[in-house]
Design a protein around this ligand. Structure first.
Ligand code: SF4
Ligand code: SF4
Length: 209
């Protein structure tokens, strides 16, 4: 029997817990139909009908609570307590709780690892402007990352005119600084800023991606 057909070790089909609708009292407001997350109800001729009664969650009585005319009833709560005692479900519950806690802990650990990675700075976009023409700026960028776990990617150069470039008209360059090992690059960024400054260029913007 599939796990979701069981309730803490008891076959769901052996548990008579489901809503009963007094169709005379039902005013067809659909609140139970829209509230139930288990798809228990269908609306038929403006009345709520529990067509999948055994999909009802054992112990839940939410639809009965919200029904504005108290048209929905459930078995007595003693029924659940009696089943818990008779079937000695708490051994199963303890195992289920252990499993659930392990899953929760794993999810928390995963979230905190993802959080730590998100806090790392591994990708920063720079924009710089000025005269790049004779400064061999690209060569210097290459030298800066040579043999190191960094790289410059997505380089874009915007040269307004070729004639202008010859006459040292300011150009615009953007590039991303990345880590080739997904490590934090904060300490390297000051070297990049320094490179821009040394070349007499203007740092237009610097944004973490
Ligand atoms: S909430 Fe009550 S009145 Fe509204 S449809 Fe359901 S049974 Fe009927
Ligand atoms: S008691 Fe809960 S699970 Fe059962 S039919 Fe109502 S809302 Fe759905």
């Amino acid at each position: 029997m599939a796990k979701d057909e069981m309730w803490h070790g008891i076959p769901r089909k052996d548990i008579p817990w489901f809503p009963a609708v007094d169709t005379d009292a039902c005013i067809g407001c659909s609140l139970c139909f829209t509230t139930c997350g288990r798809g228990v109800y269908e609306m038929k001729e403006n009345k709520a009908v529990p067509v999948k009664a055994m999909s009802c969650m054992v112990g839940c009585s939410t639809c009965g609570t919200v029904c504005p005319v108290a048209a929905i009833s459930f078995p007595d709560r003693d029924l659940i307590w009696k089943l818990e005692r008779e079937h000695k479900i708490f051994k199963v519950v303890r195992e289920e709780a252990k499993e659930k806690k392990a899953k929760q802990d794993a999810a928390k650990a995963r979230a905190s690892a993802e959080d730590a990675v998100a806090k790392l700075t591994t990708h920063v976009r720079f924009e710089a402007a000025g005269e790049f023409g004779e400064k061999r700026f690209l060569v210097q960028m290459g030298e800066l990352v040579k043999g190191r776990p960094y790289d410059f990617v997505n380089l874009r150069m915007d040269v307004p005119t070729v004639q202008g470039a010859r006459q040292n008209t300011p150009s615009f360059m953007s590039f991303d600084v990345t880590s080739t090992e997904q490590e934090d690059i904060q300490s390297f960024l000051s070297e990049v800023r320094d490179l821009i400054r040394r070349n007499g260029l203007t740092l237009v913007s610097e944004n973490k991606l």
